[in-house]
Design a protein around this ligand. Structure first.
Ligand code: NOJ
Ligand code: NOJ
Length: 720
C-alpha cells in the first residue's frame, strides 16, 4: 500500500491514510455511508463510465494510450469520453432520483493498444480488459479524480461499488504474441508477465471454452480469447487481493465481481474473507445464466449461499422480462419469486436488474414505456436490491442488430429529471428507505391471474402491498386480503401509473378484506403501512453473511431500542453503536465455526435468529488433489470432506462436502477449497454416486498443515 500512496499529492495522501486508520464515525472529511455491508435498502444504479458523461475533455485522448478515442462516436468499440469526473458531476441527478449506490464499470487501467478484430479497433472502454489492477484507467481520469468521486458520492450519502474482474487480463493469442498487448499484467506500473511467455504460470494455457456448462472448462479455459488468470498462482492471488484492498482503503463500499462462474468457488471464498476482514463491505458476483433451465443454476445457488459473495439475480431478470416484455403470465413470475426465495439462502441479498451492459435493453425487447414502468415498479418492490442500468430512466435504447453489446451501451442521452420513470424511481426509492417491508420483508402472493399480480411484502407489522395489471382490460379485484390494518391507503406513486387508493376493513388472522376496486388496464399501485416501532426486536438483515472473530457485522431491523444484548452463535458481542434500527458489532471469539445465529435481546424480548457463517479463521485457498480415485459412472462424483467447518465437518452430504471435484485427468480429481490458514486439518475424499451412495476412502485421515498466507496445495492417492 505505502509505495502507492507516494504518487498521491501530499494532502490527499494524508487523507487516504486517515481513511485507513480512522473509524468511519470519527467525522473525517470522507462522510460515512449508511451501511456498507448491506444494500437491502438501496437503489443501485449501474454506469458504463465511458458512456455516461464527459466531465473532463482533457483525458479524452491520453498520450499513454493514444488513438483509442472516437470523438465522432461512430466506432462503438472505442472510448467516447465519459469519465469519473463525469459521474461526479451527475451525482446530484442520481441523488434526486433516489439512487443510494452507484456501480461503476471497472475503473482500473485497461489495455493501452488497439485490439484489432477484422480490421476494427476494439478497446477496453468497458473496463473488462485489465492491464493493471492498481492504477486507474487514464481515459477515465487520475487517482485524484477517483478520490474526488468517492468523496463527493459519500458526501451525498451515495455508496460506490467497483466492478472487479480478476478472472482474466485482456485478449491474447496463443499463436501470435504480437496480437494486442499479449494479455500483459502489470502490478502498479511494473510488468509482471504476458500470456505468450508465461514462465511464472500466471495464466491458464488450456485453449478456449467450448462448453460453458462444463465446470472445468468454465474455470480453467479462456473465456473467448481473454488471457485467463490462475488465481492460485501466488503472484496473481496477492495482486487480486491486495489491489482490491487498496481500492477499499480509498473508499470503495462494495464490489461487483465479474465472471464468478469462471473462477473457483474456493479461491473466491478466500478472497471474500480477505475483503471482509479488511473492511466490511457488500460483495455480489456475475454468474451468467442463459435461461431458467441453465445447467449451472444449482452451482450458482451454492456459490451465492456459501462463498460470501451474493449474485446478480439473472433468474429473476429472465422472469421479469418474460412477464413484462414478452407477454408471459404473472403466475410464472410469481413462481420465480417462490423458487428463488426457496433456493437462495439470502434472497434479500440478490441484486435485481431489468437490463445491463451484456443484453439488449428492455425497450429493445419491447418498446413499451408502460411495460417498463410496471417492470420497474415490480423490481422496486421485490426482495433484493434493485439496480437500474444507466439510461433506463431516459428510455435509452438502440436496436441495431438486436440491440445487444455494444448497441446496449449508447451515450447517455440527457439528464431529464421529469420522466415518468425517473419520478417513479424517486418515489419508490423513498419508500424502500422508509418502509422496511421492502428491504427485509416476506413476499406473499395475494391475488393473481395471467395479467394481474397483487403481492404483499411484510416485515414485523410493516406492510407494502403492490398491485400490477399489465393487461389491456380493467380488472375488478374482489376477495383481496391484506395484513394492512383497517383504514384508507393512498397510492404511494400518487397516481403516476394510474393507481388510486384502497379501503381496508377489519378481518381476522392478518387477513383484512380490501373493498372491491377496479385496477385499470396497465395500472400499477403501491400501498404502504408502517407501524410504530415494535416492542420486541425483529432482525431483517445481518451483513456480511460470511464472517469471523474480530470482523464487523451490521444488524438491521426494528425495535432494537437504545441498548440490549447482541449474540452471535450464543456468544455476546461487543457493540460499537446501537440505534432502534441498526446495531454495529464485532464478532466475538469463541463462536463455533459454521452456521451461527445472530440474535438481539432487549427489555422487549429476543428476536428470532438470523444465520450467518462463522469461519474457523483467516482463509487461504488450497488445491486438494486425489490421484487414482475409484471409477465413476455419469452423475457420480468425488467429494472432499474434513475436520473443519469449511470442509463440511466430515459431512457426506453433497451440498455440504466440497465438490464435485474436477477430473480433466480422470481418474485424478482436484478442487480448490477455502480453509483456515496456519492450521493442521484432517481430510478424506469420498465418492458419492448419482443415487447418493457414499464410499469413503479407507485408511487413516489425510493431514495437511495449511500455509499462513498465500495459496497452498496437497496431493494424495486414494487409499484403497
Ligand atoms: C462479464 C461482463 O459483464 C462482460 O461485459 C465482460 O465482457 C465479460 N464478463 C468479461 O469480463
Ligand atoms: C468416518 C469415516 O468412516 C472414516 O473413514 C473417516 O476417517 C472418519 N469419518 C473421519 O474421522
Amino acid at each position: 500500500m505505502r509505495p502507492l500512496r507516494r504518487r498521491v499529492p501530499v494532502v490527499l495522501a494524508a487523507g487516504a491514510l486517515l481513511a485507513a486508520v480512522t473509524p468511519a464515525t470519527a467525522g473525517h472529511a470522507d462522510a460515512p455511508v449508511s451501511n456498507r455491508s448491506s444494500l437491502k435498502q438501496d437503489l443501485c444504479y449501474q454506469i458504463v463510465t465511458d458512456r455516461f458523461h464527459n466531465g473532463d475533455s482533457g483525458n479524452d485522448n491520453p498520450s499513454k494510450s493514444p488513438n483509442l478515442f472516437d470523438s465522432g462516436k461512430s466506432n462503438w468499440k472505442k472510448y467516447w469520453g465519459g469519465d469519473l469526473a463525469g459521474v461526479q458531476q451527475k451525482l446530484t441527478y442520481l441523488k434526486n432520483m433516489g439512487v443510494t449506490s452507484v456501480w461503476i464499470s471497472p475503473h482500473v487501467d485497461n489495455v493501452d493498444v488497439p485490439v484489432v478484430y477484422g480490421g476494427v479497433t476494439n478497446t477496453g472502454y468497458h473496463g473488462f480488459w485489465t492491464r493493471d489492477f492498481k492504477r486507474t484507467e487514464e481515459h477515465f481520469g487520475s487517482l485524484t479524480d477517483f478520490d474526488n468521486l468517492i468523496a463527493a458520492a459519500h458526501a451525498q450519502g451515495i455508496k460506490v461499488i467497483m466492478d472487479w474482474a480478476p478472472n482474466h487480463t485482456s485478449p491474447a493469442s496463443s499463436e501470435d504474441a504480437s496480437f494486442a498487448d499479449n494479455g500483459a499484467l502489470y502490478n502498479d506500473g511494473t510488468l509482471v508477465g504476458k500470456y505468450g511467455s508465461d514462465s511464472a504460470s500466471l495464466f491458464h494455457h488450456n485453449g478456449g471454452i467450448t462448453n460453458y456448462d462444463d465446470r472445468y472448462q468454465a474455470q480453467y479455459l479462456n473465456m473467448a480469447d481473454l488471457a485467463d488468470l490462475e488465481q492460485q498462482n501466488p503472484t496473481v492471488n496477492a495482486i487480486a487481493k491486495d489491489a482490491a484492498k487498496y481500492w477499499m482503503d480509498r473508499g470503495v463500499d462494495g464490489v461487483r465481481v465479474d465472471a464468478v462462474k469462471h473462477m473457483t468457488p474456493g479461491w473466491q471464498q478466500s478472497w471474500a474473507d480477505t475483503m471482509q476482514a479488511h473492511k466490511d463491505t457488500t460483495l455480489f458476483g456475475e454468474w451468467y445464466l442463459g435461461s431458467q433451465s441453465d445447467p449451472t443454476y444449482a452451482d450458482n445457488v451454492r456459490f451465492a449461499n456459501d462463498s460470501g459473495i451474493s449474485v446478480l439475480d439473472f433468474y429473476m431478470n429472465i422472469a421479469m422480462r418474460n412477464a413484462f416484455a414478452y407477454g408471459g403470465s404473472m403466475t410464472a413470475l410469481d413462481a420465480a419469486v417462490t423458487k428463488t426465495g426457496t433456493d437462495y439462502k439470502y434472497p434479500g441479498n440478490l441484486v435485481t436488474f431489468l437490463d445491463n451492459h451484456d443484453m439488449p435493453r428492455f425497450l429493445t425487447a419491447n418498446n413499451d414505456n408502460g411495460k417498463l414502468h410496471q417492470a420497474l415498479a415490480f423490481m422496486m418492490t421485490l426482495r433484493g436490491t434493485p439496480c437500474v442500468f444507466y439510461g433506463t430512466e431516459q428510455y435509452l435504447h438502440n436496436d441495431t442488430s438486436g440491440g445487444g453489446d455494444p448497441w446496449n451501451r449508447p451515450m447517455m442521452p440527457g439528464f431529464d429529471e421529469n420522466t415518468t420513470a425517473f419520478r417513479e424511481l424517486q418515489k419508490l426509492s423513498a419508500l424502500r428507505q422508509s418502509n422496511p417491508a421492502l428491504a427485509y420483508g416476506t413476499h406473499q402472493q395475494r391475488w393473481i391471474n395471467d395479467n394481474v399480480y397483487i403481492y404483499e411484502r411484510k416485515f414485523g407489522t410493516d406492510v407494502v402491498l403492490t398491485a400490477i395489471n399489465k393487461g389491456t382490460t380493467a380488472q375488478s379485484v374482489s376477495g383481496l386480503y391484506t395484513a394492512m390494518p383497517a383504514g384508507s391507503y393512498g397510492d404511494q406513486l400518487d397516481g403516476l401509473l394510474g393507481g388510486s387508493g384502497i379501503t381496508v376493513t377489519s378481518g381476522s388472522g392478518g387477513n383484512n378484506p380490501v373493498t372491491t376496486f377496479s385496477l385499470g388496464a396497465g395500472q400499477t399501485a403501491v400501498w404502504s403501512y408502517k407501524a410504530a416501532e415494535p416492542a420486541a426486536p425483529v432482525v431483517g438483515s445481518v451483513g456480511p453473511t460470511l464472517t469471523r472473530t474480530g470482523n464487523t457485522i451490521t444488524v438491521e431491523g426494528r425495535g432494537f431500542g437504545t441498548s440490549g444484548t447482541l449474540k452471535v452463535g450464543g456468544v455476546t458481542a461487543t457493540t460499537t453503536s446501537w440505534t432502534a434500527n441498526r446495531i454495529v458489532a464485532t464478532v466475538p471469539a469463541g463462536v463455533v465455526a459454521g452456521a451461527a445465529a445472530v440474535t438481539v435481546t432487549t427489555s422487549g424480548g429476543t428476536s428470532a435468529g438470523y444465520n450467518v457463517t462463522n469461519l474457523s479463521g483467516a482463509q487461504v485457498p488450497v488445491t486438494f488433489t486425489v490421484n487414482n480415485a475409484p471409477s465413476t459412472n455419469w452423475g457420480d462424483g468425488i467429494y472432499l470432506t474434513g475436520s473443519v467447518a469449511e470442509l463440511g465437518n466430515w459431512s457426506t452430504n453433497k451440498s455440504i462436502a466440497i465438490g464435485p471435484l474436477l477430473a480433466p485427468n480422470y481418474p485424478n480429481w482436484f478442487t480448490t477449497a477455502s480453509v483456515p490458514a496456519c492450521s493442521t486439518i484432517q481430510f478424506k475424499f469420498i465418492k458419492i454416486t448419482s443415487g447418493g451412495a457414499v464410499t469413503w476412502e479407507s485408511g487413516s485421515n489425510h493431514s495437511y498443515t495449511t500455509p499462513c498466507s498465500g495459496t497452498g496445495s496437497t496431493t494424495v492417492s486414494w487409499q484403497y
